[in-house]
Design a protein around this ligand. Sequence first.
Ligand code: 13P
Ligand code: SF4
Length: 309
Amino acid sequence: MNELQNQIIELKKKKNAVLLAHYYQRPEIQEIADYVGDSLGLSQEAKKTDADIILFAGVHFMAETAKILNPSKRVLLPDLEAGCSLAESCPPSAFEKFIQAHPDHLVITYVNCSAEIKALSHIVCTSSNAEKIVRSVPEDTPIIFAPDKNLGRHIIQKTGRNMILWDGSCVVHEAFSLDKLIDLYKQHSDAEIIAHPESESHILKTANFIGSTAEMIKYVGESPNNKFIIATEAGILHKMQQEVPQKILIPAPTNENNTCACSECGFMKMNTLQKVYDCLLNESPEIELPEKLIKKALVPIERMLELSK
Ligand code: 13P
Ligand code: SF4
């Protein structure tokens, strides 16, 4: 532990704060987190915490979800600019019109969206429960699925359900290059390819396993294979490698335009150790939401948590 990490640990104790971190966070933040997980795990953890302060090392929609689940608690996010390309791809006014144009459809939204979008939804889902949530809806019910079209297509393929998709996507997961992936696989044909469902369908078609970040880590631990090509944000490699120190993990390559050889989420990486410290010390920036919005957005999140038990 370095000095700053020790200072954050001290401050957490003093202020009765819990630090929740996503797998894409910088390793030095993950190391001092009380819980590291995927979106579902993080919202379940946020719901059950008895801490006074939730310090969220993730992106804005994740901290917002924690606030919706804990309106009486203070929820801090080290950088309020830590957004998400998927959440940004679905503006509330346009989405409201989309819903109005399909009044007989039930609205299922991927958790990577704003509180306003959640408030317009029947059920929220994450990448680890999307299939289960969609299957929980009666088979003849038409569904609007938003905002991720890649996850949506993957779920249609798995369930055969009648779903219309919002045209949103994640820049990080659309950065993978199929040609380079094929070249890499030719050099490592003993590897299994594993991918996050936000990846495009041509990448998903190559994958031996598709799942959320937590599911990918579990899969790598349980598979008898020793080598994996990982198609998701590179931050996952930290925790994954700790879980399987003896296995070889290779990040999936991205296209030419991407500056990093692996795919990195610039939003997730906005949180630094220094910002985590400053945020806890100053108890700012803080997530604040109107009470009415919290009440509306809570309903579809609670439905999801209930169905995920
Ligand atoms: P997970 O819920 O699988 O961790 O995904 C979150 C995310 O933002 C993926 O890009
Ligand atoms: Fe959003 Fe993509 Fe970053 Fe996940 S990786 S937070 S979906 S931009």
